[in-house]
Design a protein around this ligand. Sequence first.
Ligand SMILES: [Zn+2]
Length: 406
Amino acid sequence: MAFSYVVRRVSCLWLLALGVFGSAIVALGEDMPLKAPQPKLVLDRKYVSPPRFEAPLADDLRDVVPKNIILIIGDGMGSGAQKLTSLYQYKAEGRLVMEQLPVTGFFTTYSASSNVTDSAAASTAIACGRKTANGMIGLVGRTNTLVSFTALAQKGGRAVGLITSDPITGATPAGFYAQVAQRTAYQEIAGFAGACGYELLIGSAKAKEFFLPKGAGGLRTDTRDVLKEMTERGYAMVETVATFANVPQDKRVLGFLDNPTLEPETALGTLMETALARLEKKDKGFFLMMECAMTDSGGHKNNAEMTVRGTLQVDWAVRKAVDFAQKRGDTLVLVTADHETGGLYCAQSRSVPDRLLIHYTTWKHTGALVPLFAFGPGSKEFLGVIDNTHIAKVFSRFWNLDLSKP
Ligand SMILES: [Zn+2]
């Protein structure tokens, strides 16, 4: 029998009580308003979990630099989302594939402007190793341009792939290639995408309009046809996973996939497999970032169905990535989130064991630590509680890249 869940109506009262005692807590309340009670909802769908590893995954303590790095980001995927998904799918905690990875730690996620980051400041920290203000991508202040480790890796001959179920102009992928003061400057961000030279730039179809001028059916207010520019420079444009799989190896790939977030929980796993089959052929190694956007949407919408399905999309991607890394022995897999969304509380009911009590405490992001999981050479660098700027610093040290030189 499927679990059902009810929403707690009173668990935020203590926060209200605390709020009257201190201005700091009142200020927090302004940023993260307490929510109205939710209607009773039922989670009654069946989802497909990736197969768990039967034997424990071996820790890799060698002092070896990874040739390839796969970074999987569940946007907004905090420990509450993982707990809910594990309890719903397995009726037990800690059962996800990502939770089987041998190295575990936590990231602090605060930005330069707030204890609660947004995806723009978070991806800038992850890609460039520097804190910036919420809303900004690849910049500190309006003029201090940062460089991402991926831009440097690409210059050095490594292949870089960015795949997301969001538009490729979204804040998380954009942190790896753009410098803009506003995360919503999509036209400008598309221009940066056109110039970055990365091997794979794949997201949902919505971004396409920012690559095309108005005369060609797009939304650009200038006359640039970024899609045409990219096609002339050797990109193949794809709109389905099947056509992505068939792109000749000498082409780079620009993907506008038809609403990948609506696809089943296996969607990102399939994309991961397809991407790795291409990137594996790159002699100098590769970096691949894959982002799941549904986990963030589930938190913002307080939609447990999206939280579970998004977390499973991440878990499928993790399984395929670790399968690849196990086979090769030279690939680091890192799984984390850019921040937590929804302030998700989840527990099994004591009176009705099949019932899950679920309560999202906010519609927004929170400043909670986010879990990280790692496997493969270099994974030991990610033990313990570390900051999100640590990723770019460690990856650039691995590959001798100088982040101080834009
Ligand atoms: Zn969000």
